[in-house]
Design a protein around this ligand. Structure first.
Ligand code: ADP
Length: 638
């Protein structure tokens, strides 16, 4: 049992410690029943003393905090010392009231805890709230003080408070800022031409009447330097008046970055607009999203026209498919770690120009990516490489020709040993036979004529080789003498008529068909070389005309020239070979089994004709015959 004297003392003591409205409740440590409840307690909890006396103390706190209450009691039982804590008290209406409670033990004579005195009151609540307010104000003060942005409170047009960032930003002292109005810290005019003082008042008024807003402003440091800021003005109630919470954010860096970006864009614009190559951006469906004006020079289309075209309209189907396929492959390549995201790809395709021509273009491309690296487009530079392509083709052709010529030369060397050996063998063989003294006169003559013809053949082969070598080494000299064409043709005609009569049957007609006037024209040339050329052509005509006709002679040529021709009705030359017969060592292989030769004759003829100032031509139809002709310059009549 609690000793009421001791209790009285304790209460008196406690009451002395706490003035004002204090709640005091006493409850037993055995069953928790309330045995004392003062006026303050009635006010705070809403219960009357009659209602509460004898009830369990649990009625006075929320069930969710029961554990804490019990823990405190347990601790006091153990330590026998009072404990202070902010907790919730339960009002009779069910509302929780935060209070600071003090729970003190009531000890008996043996020093054991017999009950608890609970003290709580208005004052403790207020203290708690004030402390909380102080803490949060401190928090905001710290944020205010440490902010990199300049923060100010603007009362009318006067600064009533501001943080150190303001002083740092302006290079000013507290007093300088305190005594200034916003426009004193600005140049006289803002960039839009408005007076700073007028504009500042307008902005302040706008914030006060329409609420928070932001705008850009130029401020001036104490040293006169100007700098751009973003200003945010927000009306706030501070105490019983309304002030403007003001933020100045230095945007020099942002402005510089914007300027740099503008510069970069300008550079890009200058490059793209002046580049002879087309610079473009496409989406992944290959539609243009940007295209430089060079397109008009390269393809003939305007940028607007090009934007409307689908890729299928100007690139060949197989190339389009290849492009799509490559793009897809490249997108999947992205998933492989270590693959360079900035890699570039080269395409060579034919593109259709506005004038209907196809040109070869070369494009260097790379992906444009979003913030996380996914391809969202393609950037490319395209140039016309038709000229380059043509050059490449010509080079390749020249190379092939050189290789072919080389091959032919090797074949020629092999062939030559055969060509030389054949007449050589005849000469050696038949000379040997001539040593036989029993040889009949008739046989002797036959052998001698074989030896002679083989020697001639050999001589002609050797002179061909000598001639072509001289031509290649530019060592041939062409005489400039007056040529008697008529005599030349007469001699040749007589010579060949004899030859054909003795070697060929009557199946071959050999005729001279000269234009009289042309024959008497004066030309200055090399009689021997001219004869060599005509002989070569007649020899070929005879060789390739088993039966039929051979006509040769001269006729008027283009102005200033006469033309000499040899025409046959022989086997002719296939169309596909005709361009090549003047090449050195070239022989129409289909004839090879039937006719022998070095493949040098026509090449020598052509070179000689050109050295004499003329031009060599051929017309031929397979199985119908050929006409070889060449021009020679006439002596200009004075
Ligand atoms: P070849 O010594 O082989 O006759 P050429 O340079 O004189 O060499 O002639 C080259 C090739 O041109 C011949 O192999 C032949 O196929 C063809 N050719 C030349 N003249 C005639 C012709 N009058 N009729 C048909 N083919 C000819």
């Amino acid at each position: 049992m609690i000793d009421s004297d001791r209790l009285g003392e304790k209460i008196a003591q406690t009451l002395l410690d706490h003035e004002d409205q204090i709640m005091i409740a006493v409850f037993s440590s055995h069953n928790g029943n309330i045995i004392f409840f003062n006026k303050g307690a009635e006010v705070l909890t809403g219960f009357t003393r009659d209602e509460i006396i004898g009830q369990s103390f649990e009625i006075l706190y929320p069930s969710e905090e029961a554990d804490i209450y019990r823990k405190i009691q347990k601790m006091i039982l153990k330590t026998k010392k009072g404990k202070r804590k902010i907790l919730n008290m339960r009002h009779k209406s069910g509302v929780n009231i935060p209070v600071e409670i003090k729970l003190n033990p009531v000890l008996n004579e043996e020093g054991n805890v017999e009950g608890f005195i609970l003290i709580a009151g208005d004052r403790s609540i207020r203290d708690a709230i004030v402390r909380e307010l102080e803490r949060s104000e401190e928090k905001f003060r710290t944020l205010f003080e440490r902010s990199d942005d300049a923060l100010l409170l603007l009362d009318g047009s006067k600064f009533t408070d501001f943080n150190p960032a303001v002083l740092k930003m302006l290079g000013a002292t507290r007093e300088q800022v305190m005594s200034s109005q916003p426009w004193d810290l600005s140049p006289q005019y803002q960039p839009d031409g408005e007076l700073s003082a007028e504009k500042a008042l307008r902005m302040i008024h706008k914030a006060q009447t329409q609420g928070s807003h932001r705008f850009e402003w130029i401020h001036k440091r104490i040293n006169g330097e100007l700098f751009p800021v973003e200003v945010i003005l927000t009306p706030v109630n501070y105490g019983d008046k309304s002030v403007l919470y003001t933020v100045w954010r230095d945007i020099s860096k942002r402005k510089k970055a914007e300027e740099r970006l503008k510069e970069a864009e300008e550079i890009f614009r200058i490059i793209t607009e002046n580049s002879a190559d087309m610079i473009w951006i496409r989406d992944l469906n290959m539609n243009y999203t940007y295209l430089s004006p060079a397109v008009e020079k390269v393809l003939g289309y305007t940028v607007e026209q090009k934007f409307k075209q689908r890729i299928e309209e100007y690139i060949k189907q197989e190339d389009v498919e290849l492009i799509y396929q490559t793009v897809q492959e490249q997108i999947s390549l992205d998933k492989i770690p270590g693959v360079d995201p900035n890699r570039s790809l080269r395409f060579e395709v034919e593109e259709l120009c506005k004038n209907g021509r196809w040109i070869w273009t070369e494009s260097i491309t790379s992906f444009i990516r979003d913030d996380v690296g996914h391809p969202i487009g393609i950037l490319g530079i395209t140039r016309d490489i038709s000229a380059q392509k043509k050059l490449e083709d010509e080079l390749r052709e020249a190379k092939e020709k050189a290789e072919e010529s080389d091959r032919l030369k090797s074949a020629f060397v092999a062939n030559m040993s055969h060509e030389i050996r054949t007449p050589m063998n005849s000469i050696l063989g038949f000379s040997e036979l001539l040593t036989d003294e029993s040889l009949s006169a008739e046989n002797k003559n036959t052998y001698i004529s074989i030896i002679q013809s083989s020697s001639n053949q050999l001589l002609s082969i050797i002179s061909d080789i000598v001639d072509i070598s001289k031509i290649e080494a530019h060592q041939i000299e062409i005489a400039h003498e007056e040529v008697n064409l008529d005599k030349l043709f007469t001699d040749l005609f007589e010579q060949y008529t004899l030859f054909i009569q003795s070697n060929k049957s009557e199946s071959l007609l050999f005729a001279r068909t000269c234009d009289k006037a042309s024959c008497s024209k004066k030309i200055l040339s090399d009689t021997n070389r001219l004869k060599q050329v005509i002989i070569n052509l007649i020899d070929n005509a005879i060789k390739f005309t088993p039966e039929g006709e051979i006509h040769f002679g001269c006729r008027p040529g283009p102005a200033g020239y006469i033309e000499i021709f040899v025409r046959d009705t022989g086997i002719g030359i296939p169309k596909e070979k005709i361009d090549r017969i003047f090449e050195r060592f070239y022989q129409n292989k289909t004839n090879k089994d039937v006719f022998t030769g070095t493949g040098l004759g026509l090449a020598i003829c052509k070179s000689l004709v050109e050295l004499m100032g003329g031009e060599m031509k051929v017309r031929s139809k397979i199985n119908q015959g050929s006409e070889f002709s060449f021009t020679l310059p006439l002596v200009k009549s004075r």
